[in-house]
Structure formats: structure tokens, C-alpha cells
Design a protein around this ligand. Structure first.
Ligand SMILES: C[S@@+](CC[C@H](N)C(=O)[O-])C[C@H]1O[C@@H](n2cnc3c(N)ncnc32)[C@H](O)[C@@H]1O
Length: 421
């Protein structure tokens, strides 16, 4: 999985390809744990690996590069006993059909153990190595969050918790917490999210009581804020313009009976996930694949009372869940994403009824994708007014509100409520 991400694939793609080869849940969980930890610390491990290698490895030895990073991760970041880590890593050379690399892997890892203190000291003076985030992202975080950037990077490097959303149509939160206790799973209520539950230990969804019967979904507490910011009422026409995989669409439907929801997404394959999720939860919506910036192709001309624009973004607020972002995203992606976000806002606004509400959301912490985008839109639109969120969580960014990653162990999310005059 790690080699695949080093080669440019997303971690999701790599997981889909490799996890089915694992034998059983324990092996799968261990493989995920190692891959996530290695990618989480990759900027640091890569730096240390380069210090220990006499010559860089050839491109066709990307599998070995990945193996070295996994070995270093076990020695430096995870509490794997050194002998076990070195022995198991060296053994993998055979499986890779590169027995010649055994001496190289063994030598490098043992050298790392010998020079551990010196290497870590050196690392502390290099920001990329120390904070384990790429230089371009550190620069943006320092600019946008001069007082909080270290909190943000620290949260990005932590293992995320598993959070749940109870389907209030089928079960109350208190009752679900009881079901969890009876199943031997410790959990507590999430703040600001009336249906939110935080599991103290992650489990496979099949172990969650009533998952198959639609009692509950996996969703971070920050993402659960969206549905309650939309001020939904029965009979309203609602558009979820970037809906897949459908977490927020489902929550909108669970929150308010009788809304007429259209869930739109550009990617038909991802829309299938929305269909499966709604079916499991016993919810109904119109599903449509289409480009939100080309409404002439899919809009029937009847205005929406509410629009949720959960825009495609850098994911800089959810790096702890998607550590591959550190490798795959580049500085140049941000202006490109900002342009897409601006276009989405501009093209969706005419679809909103007068008096209607559009909620702009991203799982980013970058001002360029958040408050700056919304500010530019407000200046150009003329009939749009910023109305919040008025909330006790997060930080007011005027316009909008930012939840930083790690706040009550939630993801980083930005929300802005825009009312049409
Ligand atoms: C942040 S994700 C949405 C997550 C979703 N709201 C949820 O809570 O499960 C962004 C989604 O926007 C979709 N997307 C990107 N550009 C789009 C466009 N121009 N029109 C419609 N959907 C788009 C992507 O396919 C992706 O599924």
C-alpha cells in the first residue's frame, strides 16, 4: 500500500487493491495501522532514510523504499521491539523477490538504531522533519494560523478516533450508547452534535450494534454539524450539490422528515455509494450524477430552499484520516481548487430561492479555500448575506467559522451560512 502511494495512487485506491489479500480482520487492521503510520510520518521518515542511505534507490525499487520507511516507522514512531521490527522487515525482501536487499535493509535499520538519538536531534531542527508536513503546507498554515499552526500539525499527526452518527429516525443516542455498552464497546456523546457518539476504540463496522439495520453510520463529529446549520423544515426543496458518498445527505434526511432532497455528484461511481448508504438507513432522495457548475444539464428550474455545497477541497483539515494528502497534494493544487470552489458558489447561487440558505463547507483549514473564497463571493454577488454560523464551537473567521482539527477530537472543518436577500 505504501509503495503504491509513493507511486502516486491514493491511499483509498491502495487499500482497495491490497487489503483483500490479508487473511482476516486482525491482519487487515495491522496492515492498515502500519501503512497509515508510515504515511503519517513519511516526511520525517523519508528525511531520515535519505540520511542513512549511501545512494538513493532506483525508481524500480520503490517497493524497497516503502519497506525501509515501514521499518523506520516501527523503530522510530511505533513501539515495536527493535529486534522484531528489524527481523520482520528484512524477511519481506524475500517476498518482494529481492533477497539481495536483505543486507541493505538490515544494515540501514541497525544503523538507525545505533544513531537514533543523533538522527532525532537533527530532525528536531528541520521543520519538515519535525512537524512531518510538507514545506508548502507548513508555510500556508503558518500564514493562515500563526497562533495555531503547531496544534494543527500535531492533530494531523495523531491517529483519528472513530465517531458515529446515530440514525435518530430509528434510535435515540442514549439508547444507542446503551447498546454499545451491552456489546462491550466504550463510548461517549460528542459535543455540539445531538446524534454524535465517540467510540473509545475503533472497531470494524460489522461489530457495531444494528449497523446493517441502519441504526448508525460512521461520521466525524465536525461533519455532523452541517445538517443542523441548514435550518431544515418539512416540505423544503434541498440540494446537496456534492453529495457522495452521502454522509451529509443521509444526515439531512434523518434530521428532518419530509424534505425533498436532490443528491447530486459529478462521479456516477461515487453516487452508487450514496444509494447504498441511503438504502441501508431506510432513507429516500433523488439521486443524480451531474456537474454542479452546469445546472442547465440537470436542474428542472424550480428553486431550492436550501443548498449544501460541501465543496471538493485540499482536505487539509482531515490529514489525520488521509495522511496520503501530505504526499499527493502540491502547492499548485490550492489555487486550482479555489477556482473550482469559486465557480461552484457562483453557479449554484442562482438556484437558491429568495430567503433561502446556502451552507458552504470544506474539510480544509486554509483561508484561500474558506473565508477568502466566501468573502470574494459576497463582494461579487450583491444579494448574498453572511449569517454565521452563530455557534459556540470553533473560531469565527468572518465570514464563516473554522473548527480546527483536534478540537474535541474532531476533524478540521469550515462552514459559512449564506442567506439570499
Ligand atoms: C467533500 S466530497 C463530499 C462529501 C459528502 N458531502 C459527504 O458528506 O459524504 C466532494 C464531492 O464533490 C464531488 N464533486 C466535485 N466536483 C463536483 C462538481 N463540479 N459537481 C458535482 N460534484 C462534484 C466529488 O465527486 C466528491 O464526491
Amino acid at each position: 500500500m505504501v509503495a503504491e502511494v509513493l507511486g502516486g495512487a491514493s491511499l483509498g485506491e491502495a487499500e482497495a487493491r491490497w487489503l483483500p489479500h490479508c487473511e482476516g480482520g486482525r491482519e487487515r487492521a495491522f496492515a492498515r495501522h502500519l501503512a497509515f503510520a508510515t504515511l503519517r510520518w513519511q516526511p520525517r521518515l523519508e528525511h531520515i532514510c535519505a540520511r542513512l542511505l549511501r545512494h538513493p534507490l532506483r525508481r524500480r525499487d520503490r517497493d524497497l523504499q516503502a519497506l525501509l520507511l515501514i521499518g523506520l516507522c516501527q523503530l522510530l514512531q511505533l513501539e515495536t521491539p527493535p529486534h522484531a521490527a528489524v527481523g520482520a522487515t528484512v524477511e519481506v525482501c524475500r517476498a518482494l523477490d529481492k533477497p539481495w536487499a536483505r543486507a541493505l535493509v538490515n544494515g540501514l535499520l541497525r544503523n538507525c538504531l545505533r544513531r537514533r538519538e543523533e538522527l532525532l536531534r537533527e530532525c528536531a531542527s528541520d521543520p519538515v522533519c519535525h512537524h512531518a508536513h510538507p514545506a508548502w503546507l507548513l508555510e500556508l498554515l503558518q500564514r493562515d494560523w500563526p497562533e495555531h499552526w503547531q496544534e494543527i500539525t500535531a492533530a494531523g499527526n495523531r491517529q483519528p478516533p472513530m465517531a458515529l452518527r446515530v440514525n435518530r429516525r430509528r434510535c435515540g443516542r442514549e439508547r444507542y450508547l446503551r447498546l454499545l455498552r451491552e456489546a462491550g464497546l466504550e463510548a461517549s456523546p460528542l459535543p455540539d452534535a445531538p446524534e454524535g457518539v465517540l467510540l473509545h476504540q475503533p472497531v470494524e463496522v460489522s461489530e457495531l450494534p444494528g449497523f446493517g439495520q441502519g441504526l448508525v453510520s460512521v461520521q466525524d463529529g465536525a461533519a455532523q454539524l452541517a445538517a443542523h446549520l441548514l435550518d431544515l423544515h418539512p416540505g423544503q426543496r434541498v440540494l446537496d450539490a456534492c453529495a457522495a458518498p452521502g454522509g451529509k445527505s443521509a444526515h439531512l434526511l434523518e434530521t428532518c422528515d419530509g424534505i425533498d432532497l436532490l443528491a447530486l455528484d459529478l462521479e456516477p461511481g461515487r453516487l452508487e455509494r450514496v444509494r447504498e448508504n441511503l438504502e441501508r438507513l431506510g432513507l429516500q432522495a433523488g439521486l443524480r450524477s451531474g456537474d454542479a457548475t452546469e445546472p442547465e444539464e440537470w436542474w428542472d428550474g424550480r428553486p431550492f430552499d436550501r443548498i449544501l455545497l460541501d465543496a471538493p477541497c485540499s482536505g487539509s483539515g482531515v490529514i489525520r484520516r488521509h495522511p496520503d494528502i501530505k504526499l499527493l497534494r502540491q502547492a499548485g493544487d490550492i489555487p486550482r481548487l479555489a477556482q473550482r470552489q469559486a465557480r461552484l458558489l457562483e453557479r449554484l447561487w442562482p438556484l437558491l430561492a429568495p430567503g433561502g440558505l446556502l451552507l458552504y463547507a470544506t474539510c480544509s483549514v486554509l483561508a484561500e479555500e474558506n473565508q477568502r473564497r466566501v468573502r470574494a463571493f459576497l463582494a461579487a454577488a450583491g444579494d448574498a448575506r453572511s449569517t454565521g454560523p452563530e455557534a459556540s464551537w470553533g473560531i469565527a473567521t468572518n465570514p464563516g467559522r473554522q473548527l480546527l482539527p483536534g478540537d474535541h477530537d474532531r476533524d478540521g472543518f469550515f462552514y459559512a451560512c449564506l442567506r439570499k436577500e
